[in-house]
Design a protein around this ligand. Structure first.
Ligand code: CTP
Ligand code: MG
Length: 227
């Protein structure tokens, strides 16, 4: 098998984290965030290759981190996440039927979640893992509350997200032409009219964005080690 390619997006600077080192290269529980994301991807039996987008200037370091883990390619990321996906897609072999997009910043995604999104793909153009919204969500304009969203229809999208490669390439190119930037890859396919399936995500698979998130991830790893 091993016919799926995983794009691990790791080229961001981590501005909201506010450290000098790019976020994906920082250690988490003694291992770089990037190493954790790539290991989880390669642990899934359907995954044959991982393409990493490295922060410009940190390509060698990214390569050194992922080299011992298995089949990989490192490309230089772009100025935006969308541009980084484009750079990675150019390095995905043309014949690869399935591409999974994963944010390195979700370093705690389990290998199981990669298998789950791939298992759920047949019959669909894409699969997104997501978790429910625990809070009541208000729509506001300035300080005026203008409505309350039906919570049961809302979910919080995670990565890894699995796609039929041709659909991802098409949606990505069309979004680029239309000058549209989406915050995840599924959104580009939704906009392009493709059918995306949602499956249960993992509560522990939060995105490391702030210093508090990094601390929370460190704690989660300690709990797992003792649990
Ligand atoms: N990413 C990327 N290329 C970019 C921007 C982001 O590959 N030009 C990646 C990041 O490395 C991250 C994922 O996309 O794994 C999600 O982005 P985010 O969490 O926003 O990370 P950063 O952009 O690094 O953080 P910030 O927005 O705080 O700078
Ligand atoms: Mg960002």
């Amino acid at each position: 098998m091993r016919n799926a390619v995983v794009i691990v997006l790791a080229a961001g600077t981590g501005e909201r984290l506010g450290l000098d080192t790019p976020k994906a290269l920082l250690p988490l529980g003694g291992r770089p965030i990037l190493a954790r994301a790539v290991s989880a991807a390669l642990a899934s039996p359907a995954v044959g290759l991982v393409v990493v987008t490295a922060p410009p200037g940190s390509e060698d370091l990214a390569h050194a981190i992922v080299e011992p883990l298995g089949a990989h390619a490192v490309v230089t990321g772009g100025a935006t996440r969308h541009a980084s996906v484009g750079a990675a897609l150019a390095a995905v072999p043309d014949e690869a039927p399935i591409v999974v997009c994963h944010d390195a910043a979700r370093a705690l995604a389990s290998p199981r979640l990669f298998a789950d999104v791939l298992d759920a793909l047949p019959g669909w153009d894409g699969v997104v893992p997501a978790v429910g919204v625990p809070d009541t969500v208000k729509r506001v304009r300035g300080e005026v509350v203008v409505g309350t969203e039906p919570r049961q229809e809302l979910v919080l999208a995670q990565t890894p997200q699995a796609f039929v490669a041709s659909a991802l390439r098409d949606a990505h190119a069309r979004a680029l032409d239309a000058d549209l930037e989406f915050t995840d890859d599924a959104a580009a396919l939704e906009w392009a009219g493709y059918r995306i399936r949602v499956i249960p995500g993992e509560p522990g698979n939060f995105k490391i964005t702030t210093a508090e998130d990094l601390e929370r991830a460190e704690h989660a790893l300690v709990e797992t080690a003792h649990g």
